[in-house]
Each structure stands twice: as structure tokens, then as C-alpha cells.
Design a protein around this ligand. Structure first.
Ligand SMILES: NC(=O)c1ccc[n+]([C@@H]2O[C@H](COP(=O)([O-])OP(=O)(O)OC[C@H]3O[C@@H](n4cnc5c(N)ncnc54)[C@H](O)[C@@H]3O)[C@@H](O)[C@H]2O)c1
Length: 702
């Protein structure tokens, strides 16, 4: 292996090259290498300019996240960046690929920036609950307008080369080899007698509009980034850049970074960052298991889910055939799919020719024979066990040997579905979320007899389809919907006790849920959940209050958004309070003898979330999820759980399991002694002063 940082010199132009695969992340070894390179170059009088470049597919793309926990090793970012900025000869960053985080920041400490045509510059720190901490908040607004700097950091949206040039961040965009382009640019600088141009000595651009910028950005933050600290700290650091000398501004940035790194928000976001990588590891699976080849996809059912799933695979470049029993359903899916793609084209996220290519990949048929050659068939018909069994028996007849047979069921017993075939080893749950072409989560349900290579294929496919694949096992609702059940039960019970649907939803939205659960029911169809629970029959709690509000609304045909009323009324696309529903449900609460007590927002949150967490502990005990952090990934990517709280199990740890356990015992005493039972795992960990995180680490070690 070559050196991590190497230096070469030709015609007076030194090239410092970073080579740290896979993405040249700025860890201690890169910083140390840069320190040596730039120190040595200072002493060489023949050097007239320096180009900083990277090997491989990208410029420096990020830092070493592990240093959050261990502390930054010497030499630190500021020392190295200052050394670069203080170079007596011009330093030119040659950027290709994606400069991210510390990569963008080191380019700001250089005196000039040359970018390859396809390059981009991003400062995505907020997605980890921190702010750029290596001078980014102080240097960026000295190169581009303050409000543009604030916008890119708040949204975490990278600037593409052409846009960066327009804004003033990039001096030249080059086609072809970026290092050669930067060397040529360096020569023109030298010939023109241009020297170093220190970013820190330049004024902040747009500082005179500071008040205006802060006002609009604060409004944006309070609206779209509720409950979060890092955007507020970011604006403070940008304000310091505009108001204070550079070094003082840097101190503000440093203090904010240090405080944020220790805060729960950043710990939660980092937890999810690692958890999303961990989900791919399957305990006990031999590394020699290889995936099956998947070239053609078949889908049964052209409804809401079937159409969306077809788009997922067409987006991944795979040909898809959709079969439905009804021609109208096929026609409907064809129209919806085109409409969805056209929306992406009009938004600019998809080229028109790409849209056509993807649409070409999707064909429709009434006859099951059309999917006989598919390598993977996914069933997405109505949630009905008998129907699904019939379809799998039929698939057993027509599917080619070795084809994987997937079901998109949300709740049903996949072992029973698999038993309808003579090849249960090929059957697996592939639970997509609605809208399937948008939602990142895929719950992969390993049934009792699912073969290892089928599981591995599903994980590979999730990656190819840009989904977060999380492995679950068979039980009612798997990981996600199983834990949703007690959460939603509490929400509905609170309504029977006298809270309005709006009070319940607001309490949950104030916590950070993307939507309150009752509004979610209205969106998905109040009848969907109700009918699923009815179908579940005997496994069902024998309690007349259980999900009574949804049952009442379904009986009246108030099925939610699709009919214009449900828990709320819908007028001109707006959700409004429905007094009739409130009166109806409260009267029902009284009729059922539910004590009327109007729970506070705090109590609503605690009851809904602690019931969900308690069920999460059971999901772990029952082996439905491999890890507590897998549950967190499911909830953050499929259920609108706020990422900055890390998912339900991380959130539970941050509250403290003892506190949650004690509250559950209080609910047991004051609300329902039979319903509120702490899960044995929760009880054990709470009494031991432990946490789900600790339990997971112990499980992994044993
Ligand atoms: N809608 C959601 O939010 C959602 C989310 C996750 C999972 N799911 C699950 O996905 C599955 C499908 O749900 P959906 O909402 O897309 O249903 P849907 O009612 O929109 O569509 C079902 C389609 O299946 C077709 N169909 C019925 N019987 C058939 C047969 N024998 N052969 C071929 N086609 C047949 C119907 O004509 C219809 O077009 C269900 O198991 C559901 O639980 C739904």
C-alpha cells in the first residue's frame, strides 16, 4: 500500500495527494499526513503553488465518526487547516466526487477551489445532530452569501459544481482530470503573480442582511426542525461569523460543536447511522451463503402496493410483470405509475427519457403464466389468508424451480402461507410500506423454513432497490405493526376518556412523530386496521373498549380521507376538527363505563410510547427482531418516528428503563391492571439498572 498522503513536485507545482480508501475520510492518519506534507513544503523555496487532490472516486468525503466518542486525536482539524491556510504559496483544492463535511471544510481552508464537472460540496453535519466543527460555519459565509450558506447547512443539501461556481465557492469547473485542471489553474495563478488568498481574512458576504437572514431561518427551523438543538446552534455560529472576528467566531463554533456532540440528539442520530449499517448482519449466517440471481420480477396485485413495488424494481433497472385478476386494476396501476413518474419529472428529479425507460420495464398481464419465468414473485393482493393461500398454491404450480416467492402481507402468518406450497424454503415476507416507491423501509420476514440464500437475496435486493432491509420473524404484525398496535390502542383509549382526536395527535406530533396516529388512520383508511383486527379474531383482546373508536367510524362509513371524513373532516384538502365525531366517541366512552378524565398531553405521550416500548421488549424476547437497534431502524424509516430521538428503544434508554417501568406499574394501578403488564425483559433490565443498548451489546458478545 502506498502512503496515505504523498507529495510530488513538477515545474514548481507541488501535488499533495490523499489516498485513504474507500472515501478518503479525514481521520487522524490523513490529518497527520497533511501536517507533515504542508510543513515540509513550507521549507522548499522552489514550490510556487500547491494542489490538494485525492485518489479514488472522491475527494475527502467526511470524517471519522468514531472520534466523536474517543475525542479528536492530534493533530486536530484547526491546527492542520490553519497550516494549509497559512501556506506562503497559493493552495488549490482539486475536488472530484463528493466533498463532504471535513472534506468541504478543508477545501474552504485552501485559497482556491477547482472542481470537476460532476463534483459536489456538502456540509451534512446536521443529519448527525452536530454542526460543521472545523471552521465550516466561519469560512463558508466568507465565500458564498450568508443566507445560501445557512440554507445548504440547514438542509444538508450539497452544492453541485456549476452552482458552487455561480455562488463563488468554486473558482473554476474543469472537464477531464481534475488534478491536471488544478495544476494548469495553479500555473495561471503563478504566472499572474497571484498569491495566497486566506478565506478567514475575507469579510462575511451578506453580513448587512444578518437580521433578516436569521429571522427567516429561525422561522424555517421552528417549523420544520422542531425539538432540535443543532439548527439553533448552527444559526448562532453563523451569527458569530457575521458579528465577530474570525478567531472569536471559531470559538463559538467549537463550543457549540462540543456541546452538541455530547447531547442526546447527536447520540440518537449517530446511533441510527450505525444501526442502519448493522441491520445487514445476520447472526449465525454463514458468510459462504450466496444470493440467488434475480433478473425478472413478477408482482401479483396491481393495487396500492403492487403498483408502488413495481416502481421500486423498475427504478433499480429490473423488468417487472404485474398480474391482477381485474383489467381495471391493471389499467389503474398503469395510469398511477405514469402519473407518479411525471411528478418526479416535473420536479426535476427524473429525466423524461429515464421515465420512459422505467415505464418500458413494467408490463401488465391478466394471466399468471406471464410470471412463470420470474426469479422473484411478490404477492400483494387483499389481506386475506384464504386468498393468499390459494395464490401460493397456484404459484407452486407455475413458478420456475428456485424462484423466490414473497408476500407483502402486513400481519398474516407467513409460515401458514408457505405451507400452501411444496417449497416453503423459497417463501419469504417482503413487507413494503406505503407508498412503496417512496418509503425507505423493507421489513424482510424470515419464516420458519425460509432458506438462508433466500434471506441473503432479499437483503441484497433491498440494497439494490435502495431500501433499508430489516429482518423480522413471524408473528402478528412482525416488528413494526405489532408495536403499533398497543401504541394506537392507547391513542384510541384516550379519546374514549375524553381527549379529542386533535389533542391526541398534537401530543404525538409535539413529541416529533411525523403524524399523529389518528390522522394516519384517516390517511390509510380507518377500515384497514379495523378489518385486520376483526380478521385476527380469537387472538384479540376481549375488551369492548379495545379500538372501539375505529370500529364505530368504520360502521358509519367514515373511513378517513378517501371519503372526506374519519377522525377529522377533510375540506379542500385541509384537515378540520369534527365536533360530531368528538361527541359520538365521548358518549361511547361514557356508555362503556370508561372513566372520563381527559389525559394531559404528557400522559398521552407516555402511555402511547411506553406501551410501544413495552411491546418492543416482547419483540426482542420473542426473537422477532435480532437487535433493539433493528427496531429503531424500522421505526425511524417506516413509521415517522423522529430520527433525532433515535427510535423507540434508544429513546427508552435515554429516558431510563426504570422510569418507564415505574410508569407502567402506575398505569397498571390507575388505568387497567390486566392490560398494563410490564414485559419481563423490561422489568429485568429496569431492575438491573441496565438498558436495551447494553443488553444488545451483551447479546452480541455471548
Ligand atoms: N396499503 C398499505 O398501506 C399497505 C402497506 C403494507 C402492506 N400492505 C399489504 O399489501 C397487500 C395489498 O394491499 P393493497 O393496499 O395494495 O391492496 P389493494 O386493495 O389496493 O390491491 C389489491 C389488488 O389485488 C388484486 N387481486 C385480488 N385478488 C387477486 C387474485 N386472486 N389474483 C390477482 N390479483 C388479485 C385486486 O384486484 C387489487 O387490485 C395486503 O396484504 C396489505 O396488507 C398494504
Amino acid at each position: 500500500m502506498g502512503e496515505i498522503v504523498s507529495t510530488s513536485l513538477r515545474d514548481g507545482i507541488a501535488v499533495v495527494r490523499v489516498d485513504k480508501p474507500p472515501v478518503n475520510a479525514m481521520d487522524q492518519s490523513v490529518r497527520a499526513g497533511l501536517k507533515i506534507a504542508f510543513s515540509q513544503l513550507r521549507a522548499r523555496s522552489e514550490v510556487r503553488a500547491i494542489v490538494l487532490t485525492c485518489a479514488g472516486r472522491t475527494f475527502i468525503a467526511g470524517a471519522d465518526i468514531k472520534e466523536f466518542d474517543t475525542g479528536i486525536a492530534e493533530p486536530g482539524y484547526h491546527e492542520v487547516f490553519r497550516l494549509i491556510e497559512d501556506s506562503p504559496v497559493p493552495v488549490i483544492a482539486a475536488v472530484h466526487g463528493t466533498a463532504l463535511g471535513a472534506g468541504t471544510e478543508v477545501s474552504l481552508a485552501c485559497h482556491y477551489r477547482v472542481a470537476a464537472e460532476g463534483a459536489s460540496f456538502g456540509l451534512p453535519e446536521l443529519s448527525l445532530g452536530i454542526i460543521p466543527g472545523a471552521g465550516g460555519t466561519q469560512r463558508m459565509p466568507r465565500l458564498i452569501q450568508l443566507d445560501a450558506a445557512a440554507e445548504m447547512m440547514l438542509l444538508g443539501r450539497p452544492l453541485r459544481a456549476a452552482q458552487a461556481k455561480e455562488l463563488g465557492l468554486v473558482d473554476q469547473v474543469v472537464t477531464g482530470d481534475v488534478k491536471e485542471g488544478a495544476v494548469a489553474y495553479a500555473k495561471t495563478l503563478v504566472a499572474a503573480g497571484k498569491g495566497p488568498r486566506k478565506t478567514r481574512e475575507r469579510p462575511v458576504i451578506g453580513a448587512e442582511k444578518l437580521e433578516e437572514t436569521l429571522k427567516s431561518k429561525r422561522a424555517q427551523v421552528s417549523k420544520t426542525m422542531r425539538n432540535r438543538q443543532s439548527p439553533i446552534k448552527l444559526l448562532e455560529a453563523l451569527q458569530a461569523a457575521a458579528e465577530k472576528p474570525f478567531d472569536e467566531g471559531l470559538e463559538v463554533e467549537k463550543a457549540a460543536s462540543t456541546a452538541l456532540e455530547q447531547a442526546t440528539e447527536s447520540r440518537a442520530l449517530r446511533h441510527l447511522f450505525f444501526a442502519e449499517r448493522e441491520v445487514r448482519k445476520i447472526p449465525g449466517l454463514s458468510p459462504s451463503v450466496t444470493p440467488r440471481l434475480i433478473d425478472r420480477i413478477g408482482i401479483i396485485g396491481a393495487g396500492t402496493m403492487g403498483g408502488g413495488i413495481a416502481m421500486v424494481f423498475a427504478n433499480a433497472g429490473l423488468p417487472v410483470t404485474v398480474v391482477d385478476a381485474k383489467q381495471e386494476a391493471l389499467d389503474g396501476a398503469r395510469v398511477t405509475i405514469r402519473k407518479n413518474y411525471e411528478r418526479s419529472v416535473s420536479r426535476g428529479s427524473l429525466a423524461a427519457d429515464q421515465m420512459e425507460a422505467r415505464i418500458q420495464l413494467i408490463t401488465f398481464a391478466l394471466d399468471y403464466k406471464a410470471i412463470a419465468t420470474a426469479d422473484l414473485i411478490i404477492e400483494a393482493v387483499f389481506e386475506n389468508m384464504e386468498l393468499k393461500k390459494q395464490i401460493f398454491a397456484k404459484l407452486d404450480q407455475i413458478a420456475k424451480p428456485g424462484a423466490i416467492l414473497g408476500t407483502n402481507t402486513s400481519t398474516l402468518d407467513i409460515d401458514a402461507i408457505a405451507a400452501a406450497t411444496k417449497r416453503p424454503q423459497d417463501v419469504i415476507g417482503l413487507h413494503f410500506f406505503s407508498p412503496a416507491n417512496v418509503m425507505p423501509l423493507l421489513e424482510i420476514v424470515q419464516a420458519k423454513k425460509t432458506a438462508d440464500d433466500v434471506l441473503v437475496t432479499a437483503l441484497e435486493l433491498a440494497k439494490k432497490a435502495r431500501k433499508v432491509g430489516v429482518v423480522a420473524h413471524v408473528c402478528y404484525g412482525f416488528i413494526g405493526n405489532r408495536m403499533m398496535d398497543p401504541y394506537a390502542r392507547e391513542a384510541e383509549h384516550c379519546v374514549l376518556e375524553g381527549a379529542t382526536p386533535e389533542e391526541v395527535d398534537s401530543a404525538l406530533e409535539d413529541f416529533g412523530m411525523a403524524m399523529g396516529i389518528l390522522a394516519v388512520f384517516d390517511m390509510a383508511g380507518v377500515d384497514i386496521g379495523h378489518l385486520t383486527r376483526v380478521a385476527r379474531g380469537d387472538a384479540f383482546h376481549n375488551d369492548p373498549t379495545f379500538y372501539r373508536p375505529s370500529a364505530m367510524l368504520t360502521e358509519r362509513g367514515w373511513l378517513g380521507q378517501k371519503v372526506g371524513r374519519g377522525y377529522y373532516r377533510y375540506q379542500d384538502g385541509k384537515r378540520v376538527v369534527d365536533q360530531e365525531v368528538i361527541t359520538l366517541l365521548h358518549a361511547e366512552g361514557i356508555r362503556l363505563g370508561v372513566p372520563q378524565r381527559k389525559p394531559s398531553a404528557e400522559e398521552i405521550r407516555e402511555r402511547c410510547l411506553y406501551a410501544m416500548i413495552n411491546e418492543g421488549a416482547r419483540v426482542l424476547e420473542d426473537g422477532i427482531a435480532f437487535r433493539a437497534s433493528d427496531i429503531d431502524v424500522v421505526y425511524a424509516s417506516g413509521y415517522g418516528f423522529p430520527r433525532y430521538r433515535g427510535g423507540p428503544m434508544f429513546y427508552a434508554d435515554s429516558v431510563g428503563l426504570k422510569k418507564i417501568y415505574d410508569r407502567i406499574l402506575e398505569f397498571q394501578r390507575s388505568l387497567d391492571p390486566q392490560y398494563w403488564q410490564p414485559a419481563p425483559l423490561l422489568e429485568k433490565l429496569a431492575k438491573a439498572g441496565s438498558s436495551f443498548g447494553q443488553w444488545q451489546a451483551e447479546q452480541a458478545a455471548s
